[in-house]
Write a protein that binds this ligand. Structure first.
Ligand code: DGY
Length: 330
């Protein structure tokens, strides 16, 4: 009997077909409506492989139900939505899609930085709403990007790709991370700083670190108090790393100048959220990796990961520590 895959959102037909070559595939057919939890709970008990998105919380309760499940393949590089520890306990592999979205996400991060610094959405809205009457000296003035100091919190693949863009704009770049990377520092001409120093010295602060228990609320009131008055915070990683209440307060009281956010603690953000009422805050609906080419690459990699695990082949993107693949091979 063929192994069964469940896909939690409508994905492009060619990716689904790729899985259908070897498996029996079932799918939640909506594109813009997430699968209800009760349906996911039922489906997860009936499959060997789960293809899911960052919108699904695959927690211990769901995993404990999933008696035949052997692999959870997340179509994202971030995997804070999955309880990897519990999956490991039950011998279930968890995979993600790193690498294929690096450059695209770095592009968006830089676009958001520029849009926030130069007030591009606000300026566009100003023009479209018929407010533009004349050129004037301080109209819609923002912050300089060239020559400014960019501080990166985290220097993984995407952070490194952001550095390359920043250097092209003549920025001075510093970073902080758990491990110092002297070779990368030399190669990219960047400087390591302690978090506190980085916050005090940067004009732009980019959050580029994974969301874990350790990074939850990493940027809160104490950290905003250290930042420059002209600082701009950019977050394209995960919303929970920044305390949003503290961010609202920091902007309202002009402790910092602005923020560009592609991610939120709770997604989708409510249209009444206070963040959406603030000037100098540019908000996007989690589109960091959203180019056609990259989303296709992510979906394909997520499908390949499932395939490899279920067929007992080597898979480079298993996240469980010390997981030995092959146990599920037929
Ligand atoms: C990820 O992959 O984790 C991004 O947030 C979406 O591409």
């Amino acid at each position: 009997m063929k192994k069964r895959i469940y896909i939690t959102r409508k994905i492009p037909g060619e990716i689904k077909s790729l899985l259908e070559q070897d498996f029996t595939v079932d799918m939640w057919h909506e594109e813009h409506i997430p699968i209800p939890k009760n349906i996911l709970k039922e489906k997860i008990t009936q499959c060997d492989g789960l293809f899911c998105l960052l919108t699904e919380e695959i927690d211990a309760k769901l995993i404990e139900h999933a008696k035949s499940l052997k692999v959870i393949s997340n179509m994202a590089v971030g995997f804070n939505n999955i309880d990897v520890e519990t999956a490991t306990k039950y011998g279930i592999a968890v995979t993600n899609t790193p690498g294929v979205l690096t450059e695209t996400t770095a592009d968006l991060t830089f676009a958001l930085l520029m849009a926030t610094a130069r007030r591009i959405p606000e300026a566009e809205q100003y023009l479209r709403s018929g407010k533009w009457e004349t050129w004037s000296p301080m109209l819609l003035t923002g912050q300089d990007i060239w020559g400014a100091t960019l501080g990166l919190i985290g220097l993984g693949r995407i952070g490194t790709a952001v550095v390359k863009r920043a250097k092209g704009f003549g920025m001075n770049v510093m970073y902080t991370s758990r491990t110092q990377k002297p070779e990368v520092e030399e190669q990219l001409d960047i400087t390591y700083k302690r978090l506190e120093d980085l916050l005090q010295q940067s004009d732009f602060i980019c959050v580029m670190t994974p969301y874990t228990k350790e990074t939850e609320n990493l940027i809160s009131t104490e950290q905003f108090n250290l930042m420059k008055k002209n600082a701009i915070l950019i977050n394209t990683a995960r919303g929970g790393i920044v305390n949003e209440q503290a961010l609202v307060e920091a902007i309202q009281t002009k402790k910092i100048w602005g923020a560009g956010l592609d991610v939120f603690a709770s997604e989708p953000i409510s249209k009444d959220d206070r963040l959406l009422q603030l000037p100098n805050v540019v908000t996007l609906p989690h589109i960091g990796s959203a180019s056609i080419q990259t989303r296709m690459r992510m979906a394909k990699l997520a499908a390949e990961n499932i395939k490899k695990v279920l067929l007992g082949e080597d898979c480079d993107y298993i996240l469980n520590p010390d997981f030995k693949n092959g146990a599920t091979s037929t």
